[in-house]
Design a protein around this ligand. Structure first.
Ligand SMILES: CC(C)(COP(=O)(O)OP(=O)(O)OC[C@H]1O[C@@H](n2cnc3c(N)ncnc32)[C@H](O)[C@@H]1OP(=O)(O)O)[C@@H](O)C(=O)NCCC(=O)NCCS
Length: 231
């Protein structure tokens, strides 16, 4: 992993934890609990857990004294313009010889693309410096997380669905998903071409509508149908 902070082109940042993040993470915990009414699903059960999360995050930046490698890493997700406001966290934890990806977004900020962008940024940097594949436990009911993992190129490790659940209170089966550098880069390049194709289509549409406009002025201007662009 490279040095942090790191940024994506749209101003998302991943930075180290600081002691000042405890408050934000205990608030995230409370809201997670209210939302799911199931403490088993949340990573931060109370302020004590939030303090542990933050402390582990602070310590995770130090390399292992024996191997010199960073086995565990945990970073805060924030906007470049407001770095002090923690939106969530993302990190890697070693387990049974595999590196497991974990992330969580403040429930008030979910559904706005932060989860996907943070994971993409994190993995770009992970795969730039390491060939190690990344794993994630994907619960069947966790649609948002499954969508993120699939968009990133992760695939289910065959035959592992329906193993006994490690987290109390969650009934859904889960499977480890695996993401290699090759799968990640292939998924990112196909999503870039899709964006480019879409961009070209939009440009062509704009071009053709401006031609039509020249032919048959005046054109009534309508903003109907654009509301999905302003979320
Ligand atoms: C999983 C989580 C990090 C997703 O973060 P997010 O910022 O809300 O996700 P995004 O806005 O980037 O959305 C990712 C995709 O999920 C979809 N999505 C978002 N919320 C959703 C929901 N509640 N139900 C179904 N789909 C949802 C989005 O539309 C998007 O799909 P698309 O790529 O087809 O457009 C967030 O829901 C969370 O913190 N959950 C609790 C912790 C957790 O489950 N961590 C993962 C453990 S594996």
């Amino acid at each position: 992993m490279v040095d942090v902070p790191i940024y994506d082109k749209d101003g998302l940042m991943l930075r180290n934890f600081t002691k000042a993040d405890v408050h934000a993470f205990s608030e995230i915990s409370k809201r997670e609990k209210e939302r799911y009414a199931n403490p088993g699903i949340t990573q931060y059960n109370d302020t004590v857990d939030a303090e542990r999360t933050v402390q582990a995050g602070i310590e995770s930046i130090a390399p292992d004294p024996e191997t010199g490698r960073r086995e565990t890493i945990s970073l805060v997700i924030a906007e470049r313009a407001t770095p002090e406001i923690a939106l969530g966290y993302i990190g890697l934890n070693p387990r049974n010889g595999r590196k497991y990806l974990g992330y969580s977004i403040d429930p008030r900020k979910q559904g706005k693309g932060y989860g996907f962008r943070a994971a993409r940024l994190f993995l770009e940097h992970h795969f730039a410096s390491s060939g190690d594949p990344v794993y994630a436990d994907a619960f069947k009911g966790n649609e948002a997380s499954l969508k993120i993992l699939e968009r990133l190129g992760a695939t289910t490790v065959q035959g592992d669905w329906k193993r006994p659940l490690p987290v109390s209170g969650i009934k859904d089966p889960y499977a480890p998903m695996e993401l290699t550098a090759d799968k990640f880069h292939a998924a990112m390049s196909s999503s870039r071409s899709a964006e480019n194709r879409h961009g070209k289509y939009e440009a062509l549409k704009a071009q053709s509508s401006s031609k039509e406009e020249t032919k048959s002025r005046p054109i009534p201007v309508s903003t109907r149908g654009l509301s999905h662009l302003t979320k």
